[in-house]
Each structure stands twice: as C-alpha cells, then as structure tokens.
Design a protein around this ligand. Sequence first.
Ligand SMILES: NC(=O)c1ccc[n+]([C@@H]2O[C@H](COP(=O)([O-])OP(=O)(O)OC[C@H]3O[C@@H](n4cnc5c(N)ncnc54)[C@H](OP(=O)(O)O)[C@@H]3O)[C@@H](O)[C@H]2O)c1
Length: 320
Amino acid sequence: MAKHIVIGGGSGFIGSELTDKLRARGDKVTWISRTPGDQKITWDELRRDGLPECDVVVNLAGKHILDLSRPWTDAYRDEVIRSRIETTEALVQAINASTVSPDVFISTAGKCFYGTRELADGEAPPELDEYSEPMGIDFPAELVGLWEAAAEGVDTTRLRHIRLRIGVVLGKIERKSYLLRFWRIGRARGFLPIIRLPFCLGVGAVIGKGTQVFPWIHIDDMTGIILHVIDDPETEGRYNAVSPGIVTNRVFTKSFSKYLRRPILWAIPEWLVKAVIGDERSSILLKGQLVRPKRTIESGYKFEYSEIDKAMADLVKITF
Ligand SMILES: NC(=O)c1ccc[n+]([C@@H]2O[C@H](COP(=O)([O-])OP(=O)(O)OC[C@H]3O[C@@H](n4cnc5c(N)ncnc54)[C@H](OP(=O)(O)O)[C@@H]3O)[C@@H](O)[C@H]2O)c1
C-alpha cells in the first residue's frame, strides 16, 4: 500500500534521490524545507501546525559541513550544529504531539560519531560497528553526539526509531554541458564535487598520507538502506550506512582517477588541507574510521556496491 513519507531536508542530495525512488513506486512525499513550495511545508509550519498525517518521517536536514565556498567561521560552525539539532528537535516534538503517530522515524547522523585518534606507526585502525563506542572525540564526533542525542526524545512506544550513521555518499557525475567534455567531468552532488576541481585541472591528488580509511557508500545503497528500513517492520535501532568495501583514501583516489582517466600527480599535504578547510573539520578528510555495516547486513540488506571500482564504474560514466 502506498505510504506518505515526510522528509526534512528532502531537497538535498540524498533526499531528492530518495524522493524519486519513493514517488516512482507510488508513495507520496512531502518535504520540510526552509522555503515554501509545492509538496513542501516549512519548519515554521511544522512547529505551528504540527506533523501532517504520515507513515514515515525521515530527517536529512543539515547545513553542509564541507561547503568549501565558505570559510570555517564561528557563524558557519554554529549553523552546522543548529541546522541539525533544531530540525531534529522540531521533528521529535511534532511526532510526539501527533494524534496519529507515524510508524517509523528515521534520524540520520554521520559516521564521524566514531571519532578519530592518532594511530601509532603501522597500527591498524580499530574495527567499528554499530555497537562500538567512539575511538576518540573530535569536533565532528561531538557534533554527531549532540545530533543523535536530539533524536533520542522520540516516543519509541509509538513507533520504530531507526538511527542511521552515514558514510561519505558518492553520487553520479553527469555531464550537462558539451563544453565540460574537455574536463572529462560534469555536475555531481555529494562528496565527488568537493575533490573534482584538482582532477579537472589534471592535478588530482591523494589527501594527506592516503593511508587513512575512507568510509564511502554509493547513493543507490544509501537510498536502498532507507527503503529497506521503511519496508521491513523488523528493523529498529542503529544501522551504519557505509559500504562493506571500505578502502583507504589512496585506493579510493586511484579508482576515481582511473574512471576519470585523469592522473594522480601528488599528495596534498596535511597542513594545506588544514589551511584550506580549517583544523576542526579536517579530520573528516585526514583521518578515517574503519566502520562496518554489521547490523545493516544482519538485517538482510544486500549492498549493490561493495567494491569501489564497481561503484566508480557506475558513477563516473564520461566517455569520449
Ligand atoms: N552526503 C553525505 O556524504 C553525508 C554523509 C554523512 C552524513 N550526511 C548527512 O545526511 C544529511 C543529508 O545529506 P545531503 O548530502 O543530502 O545534504 P544536502 O544536500 O547538503 O542537503 C540537506 C538539506 O538540508 C537543508 N538545510 C541546509 N542548510 C540548512 C539549515 N541551515 N537549516 C535547516 N535546513 C538546512 C536543505 O533543505 P532546504 O533548502 O529545502 O531547507 C538541504 O537541501 C545531512 O544532515 C548530512 O549531514 C551526509
């Protein structure tokens, strides 16, 4: 039977891909957004009028933490935090106050929950799954801790609460303009546009040492996991949305450059990454977490993309 799904931040990268899949199978989708529009309500309307009657609520709202067009200032940092916590709190309040409760609340957060710490030379990173505690606390881990805590107030006697921890989501690169053929690359959403420019200019690079693990997930698996937890009434609790085929940054970068047919010419030194994006959020690129989707696999979800080369072959389809 068709469902009504309300998605906070549905206009974003993950939300719009999810919306396409839900609508394609006949479900109704309403976005909660900062701006009004067709098949949308605003956050102010949610706070004032309450939650529309629906089956599922997903929260994907949040100011992008790696927006390189903006310097990492206190104001930006504050917006990153508030955009996640205030939207989550507003949804929890609206869900708890609803006369007819939705069946499922899907709150999202990042794999940065697991934090980072210095590894000794040659030390293997610890394996982390949904049962693991953070291995160290840095700013992104602190942010995720607050973000997850904001979702905890939902009344779980009335619904299933799914808590997703998301890795770096990789989206398709599309070539929208004929001119872009010279760069062998086109428009994309998610992480790939952030590292795209140096590759376009032919100076693609490994980030830092390149040995840091890079927890990635293909957008189709990202939306696939959300559909899986919506549809399977047995699912509940925490699930890692990261591919089982985790690789190091060097392997990831090699695969990206292979499918773009662009060289990797250097490694961006750590000090330069810190200078460009700021110390506090640099751990997202310079350090990583060996996150395993243990409960996700146990719940019966079958990953379509478990190998980075298979994902890149699907995402980077620019031929000449
Ligand atoms: N993509 C990834 O690799 C990744 C990895 C880990 C975690 N996540 C998390 O998953 C969620 C969805 O990711 P995404 O890539 O789809 O994000 P996205 O494309 O940046 O979109 C998120 C949406 O959040 C809303 N938003 C932006 N700034 C906001 C603010 N200041 N206050 C309230 N709402 C705001 C926007 O919707 P409106 O303009 O309609 O208001 C936007 O479309 C985010 O919370 C993100 O942190 C993403």
